[in-house]
Structure formats: C-alpha cells, structure tokens
Unconditional design. Structure first.
Length: 401
C-alpha cells in the first residue's frame, strides 16, 4: 500500500482534456469540504496519464503521478485559471505502444493497449475509495467505463463547448462566452476603422453553443454552427447587407470550428488524431474569410470587401475564471461531496433548469448534446432565434433540447 493514510476514506480528483477557467475552483470545492469531513484527498496529475504511470512499489517516486492536497494548496490555486494538477488527453483503454509506461511495456506491447486493469490496480494501491474525474465527454466516457468496472466515480462536467449531455452547464462555458463577447467588441473597432468583415473562429467541434450565445448577446451579426451546413454565398450576401446597415460600415460573423460548407466536411489542421480519435480542427475561419473576400464584389456593387480573420483559440481558455466559473465549480465540488457522504456513486453532478442536481453517469455516453436547430437557429438568417424566452434557463439552450 502507498504512503497515503486513510481516515474516513480517500478521494482522488483528476482533470482531463482541455484546460478551462474554473478547474482549480472545482478542485478546491471538493477538497476543502472533504478534508473537513475527515477524508484524505489526493490529486492525480496529468489526467488519466498520471493514473497509468504509477509504479506500485513502496520506494518508487510517484510524485509526477499524484500529490496530497491540503487547504493551503487548493486555496492558493483556486484564484488562478487552468489546472494546477495538469491535464492530458490520455485514454487508458486505447494507449499506443509508444505511450505505454516503461515498466509495463513487456506486458502491454500491442499497437493499442487497454491499461484499464492497471488503472484499477493503481487506484486500489493508492487506497482510493472515490474518484472524481472532471472533464468533458471524452474524459468522462472513460469514467463511465471505470464505473462499470466497479470504481466508485462521481463526475463533474467541464468543457468550453458546453456539450456534455445531461447538464445545462459545463465549467468553462461562461468564461468562454464572456471572453468572446469582449474580444468581438474590441476587434470591432478595427473592423469599423477599415470597413471590413470581421470573422472570428471559436470553439465548437460538434456543438455550436460558443458561437450561438455570443451572437445572441449581440457580439456578432451572424453565426455558423456544426449542426447546420451553410452556403457561403448566402452568408456573404447577409454580411454585405449587415455592413450596409451599420453606420460604421462593418459586420461580424462567428464561425464554430466544426462548421461545414454545404457539400463539405470539417476542416482539419492535420491528419494526426488524439487518443479519442479526434483530429485537430482549425482553418474554417481562414477559408470563410478568403471566400468572403472573393465573393464580396458580387453583392457589393463590384467592390471587394477586405476581412479581419481572427481565431480566438486559447485566448478564451487561458487566464482566470469569471464569476459563474468561480461559483458553479464550487457548487459542483460540494455537490459531488454530498453524493459521496450519502454513499452514492456512478453519478454526474449537473445544473438543470437553474437547479443543481445529479444524473446517472451513463448519460455521458448514451446521447449527444447539440444545438436544437429547429428550436434555436434560424437557418435562413444564420443566427439564433430570439423568441420564447419565458421559463428558459440562464443560457437558453439546454440538455433537454
């Protein structure tokens, strides 16, 4: 057994997938309460990578795999963005041969290896009674696997895309929307000065929430999302109309990274894929910008309109969390602890219709959460529908859609 003393029990926390503002407040939310309830808390480093790298020997140096959490450590970290436990996109059920830890390579030597038996042994060796994975649907889908294998998991949803099923809200989404609105407002001064189109590419592989909400808030005239393939001629015509109506002679469109032209597919930066089979997206904004510039004379009396092309990328996921991404993670952390105190597991903590709740963890793999186009997106006007807000939740579009 590792040198992790058990009291009321041991809780392990990990953060997986992309970083977002709000992860450190979530870690703090779990840890402070858990310590006061008599639990031992450890942080597993680098997401699932730290779990598979553990060497189960008494004198082995596993400091790169886990750390014991204290109030002082999490209080200081909670004021910052990112995750002080670090993260990765490791998928223990599909580990390439080159990424298998050295001490396991004799046993696991296939091109792809399922290290789940080692994960379970490592968690037992650490004395972990409950595991709290914080992540998006990829990270949490492996949490579902562990739960089915008997590991007591209580999960917390996190992703800028806000696309984890079963919950109206995922940690990181509010800061992403806030930053997108702020940056659109900053960049519109340049767009207006030069009388250009402003094209901003935002996160959103399969779901268009990060483009929809800022547009609904007035940050853009139009948005294109993964759920509806768009015609570039139609988009150009609309943006020319918007520009003509604007006293400063510019218009703005938000492009989800997973958006697709009519008759086309997603745009990838390379063929390289992560552990979950996702190739890196990126470039749709650049392509849209080039086509808008090329097509603009057709709708602008023969005169070309230049474009400001800006990919927001990591600028919306770095830095400190906003108010919602400071409060919700604290509540999620405490909700997870409540479930543990009640002896419950195999659950996902959620926000639904403005209320904190929990649902079966399996919902993560049972369905998809995307924009309901018929209900929320005007496919002719390429923008959100501004109607029927009565009794809608805070962020309008929910897991129930």
């Amino acid at each position: 057994m590792a040198n992790v003393n058990k009291s009321r029990g041991t809780i392990a926390i990990l953060t997986g997938g992309g970083d977002v503002p709000g992860l450190n407040p979530a870690i703090r939310g779990v840890t402070i309460r858990a310590l006061r309830e008599g639990f031992r808390v450890i942080g597993l480093r680098r997401g699932w990578a730290g779990v598979i790298d553990i060497v189960r020997e008494k004198n082995a140096d596993n400091s790169h795999c886990y750390t014991v959490l204290t109030e002082d450590v999490v209080n200081r970290a909670a004021r910052t963005g990112g995750t002080f436990l670090h993260t990765s996109r490791t998928r223990p059920s599909h580990v390439p041969k080159v990424n298998v830890p050295e001490h396991l390579r004799e046993k696991y030597n296939q091109e792809l290896n399922d290290l789940t038996p080692e994960v379970i042994k490592n968690l037992n060796w650490l004395g972990v009674d409950y595991l709290i994975p914080i992540g998006g649907d990829d990270t949490l889908s492996y949490g579902v696997r562990l739960s089915q294998e008997g590991v007591k998991c209580v999960a917390i949803p996190k992703t800028m895309d806000n696309d984890v099923p079963g919950t109206d809200y995922c940690i990181g989404f509010s800061t992403c929307v806030t930053r997108t609105i702020n940056m659109a407002n900053d960049l519109r001064t340049s767009a207006g000065s030069h009388e250009r189109f402003l094209v901003m590419e935002v996160f959103g592989r399969y779901a268009g929430f990060t483009a929809m909400l800022p547009t609904m808030a007035g940050a853009a005239n139009r948005c294109v999302i993964p759920e509806h393939k768009f015609d570039i001629d139609h988009l150009c015509e609309l943006l020319v109309e918007d520009r003509a109506k604007n006293p400063s002679n510019y218009s703005v469109v938000l492009i989800s990274e997973g958006a697709m032209f009519t008759g086309g597919e997603m745009i990838f930066r390379s063929g390289e894929k992560d552990a979950y089979g996702h190739a890196k997206l990126g470039g749709i904004g650049e392509l849209v910008s080039a086509r808008l510039k090329e097509l603009s004379p057709k709708y602008n009396r023969g005169r070309r309109i230049n474009v400001i092309d800006q990919k927001l990328g990591y600028t919306v996921r770095g830095g400190s969390p906003d108010a919602i991404d400071s409060i919700v993670p604290m509540a999620y952390g405490n909700l997870a602890l409540d479930l543990i105190l009640d002896g419950l597991h195999g659950r996902l903590v959620v926000l639904r219709n403005g209320r904190y709740d929990n649902v079966p963890l399996e919902v993560v793999t049972a369905t998809k959460k995307i924009v309901n186009v018929d209900k929320h997106y005007n496919t002719e006007r390429l923008r959100p529908k501004y109607e029927r807000m009565e009794m809608a939740p805070l962020f309008i579009m929910t897991s129930e859609d």
